[in-house]
Design a protein around this ligand. Structure first.
Ligand SMILES: [Zn+2]
Length: 472
């Protein structure tokens, strides 16, 4: 049985090894799509570990294979759990593996890393009982989460491979592993945070969500980042149905907006659909394809599958998908094949990627036989440079309004008033990572509703209060 489990999750073990050996930074994080969340709430779903019924904000998204250990930020790696289970799992990991970064003493802790990942995967897929094959993780978790009590058995839980249909009965798909041929029609799910992973994000495997202390008038800010499209229905319908059911998803329209505002001039041979480079008209469409690529490419085993996936994403006209994909792939890998692409490549800095695309293009364009129809070569290349300058600007846009995940930070880091300088540092770092320049007091006021006039003592009181409230 143990070896069966190892076989089943062998990909995860390999992934964490390659991740930790090369000291890469963790994937960025986002929650499950809002349509999935709605589906869970509508079906009165329970936490798959402890049977707590999901309501309000008592649940969040767990990355089954933790991102700090190389887990991906894709749908297959996400499951909704109650906050308490989610926290206890983080604590279990920290208790087994010590302090991050884990590559530091990877050789020493490798066995524990493997055990934790297997435990985490199997309990997400087969329920908590299955974790007993890994006694150490199982004991720490059950002790932390349930103390001496018997954990209840969930009856209405949904796993990562549920089909997410409205009438999908609970538990049915919890154990059903998807075939290797993952649905190539996966819709566009842009990632949430900025390009650079936040340091605490990486350290603690956070899933930033809206701090509970902020009020409704901040909703739009946070939601700007949750650009999600319903993943069970065509894009258009998805937007509408989510929109009408849940106010929270109003800004899913941000994708539509980003796709819809036409401002870049049409350039012959660059944007025409029948000849030349066949890139999408708007640089932001190209940028969205890059974001889609980073998020989804690892789900596909062949170029054709990936091509189909991009076509189905609805980001660009289908006729442009091939040209765009080839160029992106070339910029991420030395020989331009999907086989040679490793996850670490996807962390490549966007400037370098854009530069890579331009370099490849300049080689192609000097090939007279391929590009004989381009007459004013120099002007044409200037247009291309302009276009990619804008691609660069558009890449990752829409993430800059994210606000500091205060509650989660407090839950993990706040001990007493002596933690205050750490908090201040974390907030400032978060802001800097977004590329924003607001000062600390402005952030407190605008995002966390702490008036500038408050003395530090009063801020600390409020924060202590928030911390206590959140751990009830
Ligand atoms: Zn739970």
């Amino acid at each position: 049985m143990l070896s069966e489990i190892k076989n089943r999750y062998t990909q995860s073990l390999k992934r964490s090894e390659s991740f930790l050996k090369t000291k890469k930074t963790a994937a960025r994080s986002s929650s499950i799509t809002s349509s999935r969340e709605i589906c869970l709430l509508r079906n009165q779903a329970e936490c798959p570990i402890c049977a707590t019924k999901f309501m309000g904000k008592n649940h969040n998204t767990e990355h089954i294979h933790p991102r700090a250990l190389g887990g991906l930020n894709n749908d297959e790696n996400k499951i909704q759990m109650c906050t308490a289970c989610n926290n206890s799992r983080n604590l279990t990991m920290q208790s087994m593996l010590g302090n991050p970064p884990y590559y530091k003493n990877y050789q020493k802790i490798k066995t524990d890393v493997d055990e934790f990942i297997l435990w985490s995967e199997v309990t997400a897929d087969d329920g908590l009982q299955a974790g007993s094959f890994f006694p150490r993780a199982q004991e720490i978790f059950t002790e932390t989460r349930f103390a001496k009590n018997e954990p209840p058995a969930p009856e209405r839980s949904y796993g990562r491979f549920s089909t997410w249909d409205t009438d999908d009965p609970p538990n049915l798909n919890l154990n059903k592993k998807q075939s290797k041929n993952i649905n190539s029609k996966s819709k566009f799910i842009p990632r949430k945070p900025g390009i650079i992973t936040r340091f605490f994000d990486w350290v603690f495997d956070y899933q930033p969500t809206k701090p509970e202390g902020s009020s409704n008038n901040h909703n739009s800010k946070t939601d700007n980042n949750s650009n999600r499209i319903d993943d069970g229905v065509p894009v258009e319908n998805g937007l509408k149905s989510v929109h009408s059911r849940n106010k929270k998803s109003v800004s899913s329209n941000i994708i539509k907006q980003r796709l819809g505002e036409g401002e870049y001039p049409l350039i012959t041979h660059l944007n025409s659909s029948s000849s030349g480079l066949r890139f999408p008209r708007e640089p932001r469409q190209f940028a969205l394809c890059m974001e889609w690529f980073i998020e989804n490419v690892m789900k596909f085993t062949t170029f054709d599958e990936c091509h189909e996936g991009l076509k189905e994403s609805g980001i660009i006209p289908k006729s442009r998908a091939w040209a765009v994909l080839v160029n992106i792939l070339h910029a991420y890998t030395p020989n331009g094949t999907l086989d040679s692409l490793i996850e670490e490549d996807l962390g490549k800095e966007k400037n370098l990627v854009v530069h890579g695309i331009l370099e490849n293009l300049s080689t192609t364009l000097t090939d007279q036989t391929k590009m004989s129809y381009i007459v004013e070569r120099e002007n044409f290349f200037q247009e291309i440079e302009k276009y990619f300058h804008n691609v660069n600007r558009e890449f990752g846009k829409g993430h800059e309004n994210e606000i500091f995940p205060l509650i989660q930070w407090l839950q993990l880091n706040w001990k007493n008033e002596s933690s205050y300088p750490l908090l201040r540092k974390a907030i400032n770092n978060f802001e800097a990572e977004k590329g924003s320049e607001r000062n600390y007091r402005d952030i407190l006021r605008e995002d966390l509703e702490i008036p500038k006039s408050w003395p530090v003592v009063k801020i600390i009181n409020k924060i202590t209060h928030l911390k206590n409230e959140s751990s009830d």
